[in-house]
Ligand binder design. Sequence first.
Ligand code: FE2
Ligand code: FE2
Length: 292
Amino acid sequence: MGLRFLHCSDIHLLSLRGVGPHRFLNKRLTGGVNLMLKRGKHHDEALFDRMCEHARDRAVDRVVITGDLSNLALEQEFEHIRTKLRAIGVPVTVIPGNHDAYTRGSVRNRRFEQMLDEFMAGERSEGGDYPFVQRYGDVALVGVSTAQASLPMYAVGTVGPEQLERLDGVLERLGAEGLGRIVLIHHPVVPGVSKKRHDLLDIDAFGEVIARRGAELILHGHEHTLLEGTLAGPDSERPVPVHGISSGTNISQHEGRRAAFAIYQVSAASIERELHVWDGEDFRPQPGEAAA
Ligand SMILES: [Fe+2]
Ligand SMILES: [Fe+2]
């Protein structure tokens, strides 16, 4: 019973192969490409490849990626990402981040959903793609989207009232079934931890849904920093753990920002976590990491 999975986030895989110059007539994209080339110095795809080797070696059931797989949400990037994910050899679950909705066009075309749909298969409530639910024995992954196109220099997100209403119903139903509910969301959900202009705009409304319906664990990315906190749930004795993972490909050696992934062993009754952090050569397990 239960599910053993590797959680990572913000892999920002860089590929401009086959992107014609006409794409960059869009000023937004021109700025974005400059940013992305700078970013290319900070993110290394080799770390993602190494992480995938760990996933195979440690025989996880699944790899879970909480958004920002791309940089500019271009077709060519998503094609590259799809090829990489198919090659892992372990089933994958993804949700989008703000970079996966970089332009209004990519949102209008549902590019992320169209091109990576195989990694988001699951139950859906009437009225929208999100949240989707994937069940594994007594555990359910609940994939939420906060992705929206923001103004340049902004990286905000929104769940939106309609998705929040569906999420409320989903968490109530799965809770009544006694499943371990793992909510996947790109933006941090503990108030005050995001940098300015990086926020989840309806963070309070999200917190109200969790306070009403509960969840066993919430996983996020976005800040490229290791974060840990809790949200209030329906049982005041049992706050809901919230874990933010740093970028999976960041070569930074700044404490807290170094690349990392976590391996979770989850059932309806328990959650165990092992954190692995990049030390410049490999991902190493952190001593003393155990139950979440
Ligand atoms: Fe990111
Ligand atoms: Fe992000």
